[in-house]
Design a binder for this molecule. Structure first.
Ligand code: ZN
Length: 204
């Protein structure tokens, strides 16, 4: 009797356990299917955009009002000389070098917000301006704007300098020397998630 009762209980327990396991598996399979299907291909893009909007709703609103066309791009100078074509790939760039002369006013190449201002590991003063379409990085200048400043295309943002890794025509560093003045300009296209050749955007 005792053995049969235990067996009976055991059978009931096993039955219950199997039922529970079935429920859990069913749950898991239905739970899994949603995130896998919904998040898989567009996860990075969609969630990044949403995160950006959620992180700084005020900034996005500010951008929407005074900031102009996010597709517009212009050279950072009225007149300039191209001193180097696309380069800096090992740095993660496809940048060009432009010069308008020592102390020339540098202008914002896009309508956007200053999102970063720092000196990189090579001593390059670095300014990042971005909007929903482009992230523009400029190096070497004396930048007068600060993070969170809203800038319109053509607004003065600093003056040309030779700070950081700049070279003379012989390839010698211009640190503490009167040479190598230029702006290193990189443009990242957020829609294609890739750097673009700035020449294609700024040449008329
Ligand atoms: Zn450069």
């Amino acid at each position: 009797m005792f053995g049969r009762r235990v067996n009976g209980l055991t059978i009931v327990s096993i039955g219950f356990l199997v039922f529970m396991i079935y429920q859990v598996l069913l749950d898991r399979s239905t739970n899994n299917s949603d995130p896998l299907v919904q998040n898989a291909p567009a996860a990075g893009l969609v969630s990044n955009v949403q995160a950006a909007e959620l992180d700084s709703p005020g900034q996005i609103e500010d951008q929407a009002a005074p900031i102009g066309d996010p597709d517009a791009v212009a050279a950072p100078y009225d007149e300039y000389v191209l001193t180097q074509g696309p380069h800096g790939f090992s740095y993660g760039h496809m940048a060009i070098d432009l010069t308008a002369g020592k102390g020339a006013t540098i202008k914002s190449p896009i309508n956007g917000v200053v999102t970063q201002k720092f000196t990189d590991e090579y001593g390059n003063p670095t300014l990042v301006i971005e909007n929903e379409h482009y992230q523009v990085t400029l190096l070497h200048g004396k930048y007068t704007v600060v993070v969170d400043d809203i800038v319109s295309l053509g607004d003065p943002i600093g003056s040309e300098s030779n700070k950081g890794y700049t070279l003379d025509f012989r390839g010698n560093l211009c640190t503490n020397r009167d040479c190598g003045y230029h702006t290193h300009l990189n443009i990242f296209d957020k829609q294609y998630f890739a750097n673009v050749n700035p020449m294609k955007l700024i040449s008329p």
